[in-house]
Design a protein around this ligand. Structure first.
Ligand code: CMP
Length: 139
């Protein structure tokens, strides 16, 4: 079933100049970017995005990292897009990620882990709407 997911190429990956490699991986896996932009989040925008993690000890540092430089936010569309993107990304901790995954290739550690992807249809709906009005999404 065709669905949409939100992906973020995080500030660490943008700094490393691997945006093209990561987008190529999405496309090769059949995920089509239907919305895309380069943005620098403020601390409060990052806090709103990750509000579900508010109580976690890493919340402050995660939001500082996410607002530390430009990031690419994208909507990816394709069959089983949410699950497929999570497989492409690999485990949250790059040290535990399978060979061939984006986090294995480009993540430094559990915080600076190169990419984000929605983890459920409900989350995808919230996350896509957080960054993109309907008129910026093409299909
Ligand atoms: P992401 O998929 O964007 O979702 C939440 C983010 O929090 C996660 O990737 C990591 O960047 C970060 N994160 C998760 N667990 C930890 C942790 N134990 N320590 C620091 N950062 C974490």
């Amino acid at each position: 079933m065709s669905e949409r997911t939100l992906a973020i190429i995080k500030p660490d990956a943008v700094k490393k100049n691997v945006v093209g490699d990561i987008i190529n991986r999405y496309e090769q896996a059949g995920l089509k970017p239907v919305a895309i932009k380069l943005i620098q989040m403020s601390q409060s925008v990052a806090e709103g995005f990750y509000a579900v993690h508010k109580a976690r000890p890493f919340f402050g540092s995660l939001c500082s990292f996410m607002s530390s430089g430009p990031a690419v936010v994208l909507v990816l569309q394709g069959d089983n897009a949410i699950k497929k993107n999570r497989e492409l990304m690999g485990a949250t901790d790059p040290a535990k990620a399978d060979a061939g995954t984006i986090r294995k290739a480009h993540g430094a550690n559990i915080e600076f882990n190169a990419v984000h992807g929605s983890d459920s249809p409900e989350t995808a709906q919230f996350e896509i709407g957080y960054f993109f009005p309907g008129m910026e999404i093409f299909s």
